[in-house]
Design a protein around this ligand. Sequence first.
Ligand code: PBG
Length: 329
Amino acid sequence: MLQRPRRLRQSAALRLMSAETHLQASDFMAPLFCIEGENIKSEISSMPGYFRYSLDLLLKEIEELTALGCQAFLLFVKVEESLKDNTGKEALNPHGLMQQATRAIKEAFPNICLMTDVAMDPYSSFGHDGVVYQGKIDNDATLEILTEMAISHAQAGADFVAPSDMMDGRVEAIRIALDTAGFQDVGIMSYSAKYASCFYGPFRDALDSAPADSDQAPRDKKTYQMNPANAKEALREAQLDLNEGADILMVKPAMAYLDIIKSIKEISTVPVSAYHVSGEYAMIKAAAANGWLNEQEAMLESLTALKRAGADLIATYFVKQILQHLKQT
Ligand code: PBG
């Protein structure tokens, strides 16, 4: 035999020398869940080992993560039920939790890249990423709120805003609004190909943001998030976001969409990120808790696959575990 591919696999040294993909700390972005109160660390029951933190403890968590080499953070907040409505008014409150947390985090950690979630759902009484009007999601009315949200986050000190809503035209609207308000250096990481996925379930538990069971609004997000059956449409969305000025594109969820990550990476002139979402985390955790999978290996294999597929950046709830692993190896 002239060709023996196994030759390169026979020792750990050779396997490492011939590895095509290497994970490093700068690949990862840490999602953060902030809640009101003090001294609160509350575990999300469908995301074992992942927590919502009050701002004081969140700062400590960020400190730990930065010590492990993490420099990018995605901030989400859990909003009190009484503050929710159909217009997301609380999202624009300059003293709201998001704005407060953003200010405090950037004051304590000026060098990190803080990306704030721009979407209405944590603030929406219907659990939607848009304004509900006559039983439908009103795209253009939502854009006005998203642009105001983005400006409010920028004023609080966000480095990047991350619109996760999937309204049409929001990247351009946000870009123009930020520039007009003098925030030309605030970037946009756009959730470009975000699918209507069941894998967001645990996240909606974490923020109590699931679409409401109401006759006045759709019970799912299928009129704005993408159909999992579609791949070409993801290219269309990615191209639109590039044209509209996005600085980073995102694909979400991740593991079931490796083909999408790969094809967007091929056409993208900006970095591509993948969001290894809550349900993907929960599946590995649940299987490992049952002794059905080795958690560490399942994590490493999954995250390596995302990078191999083309993800330049990866948001994952395994962030601490992977950074600890990378530090030790
Ligand atoms: C909503 C949003 C969702 C996630 C991030 N932003 C859920 C949804 O669209 O309902 C999911 C993240 C995860 O599951 O980890 N704007």
